[in-house]
Design a protein around this ligand. Structure first.
Ligand code: SF4
Length: 372
């Protein structure tokens, strides 16, 4: 494994050029890591830019006008993304989530969606192709994304109250436009829609019940996400975390809820439905801090310029773009991906929960760079 000199544009995170094994074992559609977790989900960040400045992800005082976002030349092209995605799919990926930054800011994203929609899993099925957006331009894009082949969509929405929402996105962006985006996505058939709310105690937790009331009765899964210590810039404190157990207790006072059994391995959310007959909609909690789910984490992350990260809290990536642009063949890159995943033993949240110092002590990657 060789340590590479990283050009200035990508000076943020260490990445090494993955070794290409001597024997190029062909992908079999099943790839296990050291904790026997199969590779299943791939999250692809298509841009490190965003038009919001949510304090838990891209605080404005750091990601300001002087911040050096990645130049276009260092981003993977759509063809490079599709080529890598096909290799991950051959290894067993069945779900691809497009993320960012804000993915809808990447021009002509529909073209990438169409390339990915052509892929078939190792077992011949269509991929579960989804995308996470802040919803700011979704109203304009929902139809064209659906036509291009997008299956589902997740919208981040941290409050219904316009004043609180504008304060949380720190870009003075009105909540009405995001709500219009969710409606447009529903009309376009991008459902069941997931709506993610990051809950920060003392900042927006008073919005928990109003959010549930707003989406109750609609084909929407509303998930409450515990505020996480991702990256190094959001000033995370445990005091600002509202444990999911408290979220469900509050909702339980307002609505009759019943648990929904787990349906897929690697599901991050615990789910509830409304007990009242005929009421559509779901509630979920994603509890990375108080109830870690690393034991069946089957997610790989590809950064905007082609670094493979094995955990949301990782510090080091594996430079697949270097192999791509260095002339490596598909068989060589696939074998290198296989070797990297087989060496994976990440379980940051689990260790954090056990009070064990997790990670390498090096700077953790920022969420806007590899997608949440
Ligand atoms: S902390 Fe890392 S290993 Fe654990 S669930 Fe999150 S991404 Fe997966």
């Amino acid at each position: 494994m060789t340590e590479r000199v990283i050009p200035l544009a990508d000076h943020r995170y260490l990445a090494s050029l993955p070794a290409i094994p001597a024997i190029l074992a062909a992908p079999t559609g099943v790839l296990l890591d050291r904790l026997q977790r199969p590779l299943h989900d791939l999250r692809i960040s298509v841009t490190d830019r965003c038009n919001f400045r949510c304090s838990y992800c891209m605080p404005k005082e750091i990601f300001d006008k002087q911040y050096g976002f990645l130049p276009q030349s260092s981003l993977l092209s759509f063809e490079e993304i599709a080529r890598l995605a096909a290799l991950f799919v051959a290894h067993g990926v069945r779900k691809i989530r497009l993320t960012g930054g804000e993915p809808l800011l990447r021009r002509d994203l529909e073209r990438l969606v169409a390339l990915l929609a052509e892929l078939r899993t190792a077992f011949g099925d269509p991929l579960d192709l989804t995308l996470t957006t802040n919803g700011s331009i979704l109203a304009k894009k929902a139809e064209s994304l659906k036509r291009a082949g997008l299956g589902r969509i997740t919208v981040s929405l941290d409050a219904l109250d316009d004043r609180i929402f504008r304060r949380m996105n720190d870009a003075d962006f009105p909540v009405a436009e995001v709500l219009a985006g969710i409606d447009a996505a529903e009309r376009a058939g991008l459902g069941p829609i997931k709506v993610n709310m990051v809950v920060k105690r003392g900042t927006n937790d008073q919005e928990i019940v109003p959010m549930a009331r707003h989406f109750r009765g609609r084909n929407v899964a509303l998930r409450f996400i515990e505020y996480m210590d991702v990256g190094e810039t959001n000033g995370w404190r445990m005091d600002d975390v509202l444990p999911s157990a408290e979220v469900i207790a509050r909702l339980g006072e307002a609505f009759a809820l019943e648990p929904v059994p787990v349906t897929t391995v690697g599901e991050t959310a615990e789910r509830w439905r409304y007990a009242e007959a005929g009421v559509a909609g779901e509630i979920g909690t994603i509890s990375s801090v108080t109830k870690a789910f690393c034991h069946d984490c089957n997610r790989a992350r590809l950064s905007t310029e082609g670094k493979l990260f094995l955990c949301l809290f990782a510090s080091r990536g594996h430079d697949l773009r270097g192999l791509l642009r260095g002339g490596a063949s598909d068989a060589e890159i696939a074998a290198a991906i296989g070797l990297v995943w087989q060496g994976r033993d990440d379980r940051y949240s689990e260790l954090r929960g056990q009070g064990v110092a997790a990670g390498t002590g090096e700077r953790r990657v920022e969420m806007h760079y590899i997608g949440g």
